[in-house]
Design a protein around this ligand. Structure first.
Ligand SMILES: [Zn+2]
Length: 61
C-alpha cells in the first residue's frame, strides 16, 4: 500500500480501516476497496482531499 499523495510507504494503521501517512500527514480510510483521503485540520476536524485525486489513484491495487 502506498500513499496516493506522496507515493510514500510509511503508512501506519490507526484503525480497522484507517491508515495514516507519516510522510505527508494525511489519513486514509478504506471503503469498498477504495481510499478516502482526509487531512486532519488543526482543530481536529477532517477535510476531504478526494477531489485532488483521480478514481484510479484512489483504487486499491
Ligand atoms: Zn503521504
Amino acid at each position: 500500500m502506498r500513499c496516493p499523495n506522496c507515493n510514500g510507504k510509511d503508512i501506519g494503521k490507526i484503525g480497522t480501516q484507517n491508515y495514516y501517512c507519516w510522510t505527508c500527514f494525511i489519513e486514509m480510510t478504506v471503503v469498498n476497496n477504495e481510499l478516502a483521503v482526509h487531512q486532519i485540520e488543526a482543530d481536529g476536524s477532517l477535510s476531504s482531499l478526494n477531489d485532488l485525486f483521480s478514481e484510479d489513484e484512489l483504487r486499491l491495487q
